[in-house]
Ligand binder design. Structure first.
Ligand code: SF4
Ligand code: SF4
Length: 88
């Protein structure tokens, strides 16, 4: 399956680094479906309650220079979620 302009590669390594399973938003439905890595795989198919987000502390957020969060609701990161390349 090829994603359009995928910013974060959908790899097992990136899934293992994902902080979602430790997040207060992460719920039983997500766990049952083994959902995670929403910044790459897209939004959750489960209902959710926004109460905080650990994305900003995630190694993938840093490595791929993302500047957003709540990907479980908003869907996969896009180019507009990547910090300017002029920032160091
Ligand atoms: S940025 Fe958020 S959704 Fe993406 S891997 Fe990290 S914790 Fe998961
Ligand atoms: S995307 Fe953010 S809010 Fe959603 S489950 Fe992952 S860390 Fe939590």
């Amino acid at each position: 399956m090829t994603e359009i302009n995928q910013i974060v590669p959908n790899t097992e390594e990136n899934a293992a680094r994902c902080r979602c399973p430790n997040c207060p938003v992460y719920n039983e439905c997500m766990d049952n479906k083994n959902e995670r890595l929403f910044c790459s795989r897209g939004s959750s198919g489960c209902g959710l309650e926004k109460r905080g987000c650990l994305c900003l502390h995630c190694p993938n957020e840093i490595e791929y220079r993302l500047n957003s969060f709540f990907y479980c609701q908003k869907g996969a990161a896009t180019e507009k979620n990547v910090a300017s390349k002029t920032l160091k």
